[in-house]
Design a protein around this ligand. Structure first.
Ligand code: FMN
Length: 134
């Protein structure tokens, strides 16, 4: 795990105190890879991780998927074949009270839920760009 920790982006230094890091790797040829860039391996990883997050929450843990790492270095460190995409690292652990590894921005983000985009901006009704109010 130490080798994976060294691949994290600076802003993810907090992840080094987690009990476990799950490296999620997908290969397009193991799943449906269809026309117009429909690479379902990534979709299916997302579904699987979503279930994992629910179960982790049930167990009183946090499972936080991140994209802030060097995927090439992770592959090298774990000898993952080139054709795989390291789509996310899931940082898993029990909630703690030590926030000394967080930036000021991250501390604030821990306290406040992010603003959600309104319907019509990325969820549409009847046609692209329309909301149910149009
Ligand atoms: C594609 C993607 C990449 C992310 N990468 C990171 C990351 O590298 N480090 C991090 O702390 N959080 C990362 N996050 C998590 C977000 O910063 C944020 O905590 C999360 O999306 C908020 O969850 P919410 O939508 O439930 O509010 C990422 C989220 C997404 C969707």
């Amino acid at each position: 795990m130490e080798s994976v920790r060294t691949c994290l982006a600076k802003g993810n230094i907090w992840a080094t105190s987690a009990q476990m890091i799950i490296v999620v790797a997908a290969r397009a040829s193991d799943d449906c890879d269809l026309s117009d860039r429909r690479s379902y391996s990534l979709f299916d990883c997302g579904l699987a991780i979503g279930q994992l997050q629910l179960r982790a929450t049930e167990l009183g843990m946090i499972a936080h998927p991140i994209a802030g790492y060097d995927p090439t270095r992770v592959k090298q460190a774990l000898e993952i074949p080139e054709e795989y995409v390291v789509i996310t690292l899931v940082i898993c652990g029990y909630p703690g009270s030590d926030d000394s590894m967080l930036s000021e921005k991250q501390r604030t983000a821990e306290q406040e839920r992010p603003v959600r985009k309104p319907e019509g901006e990325n969820i549409f009704f009847d046609a692209w760009g329309r909301s149910s109010a149009d």
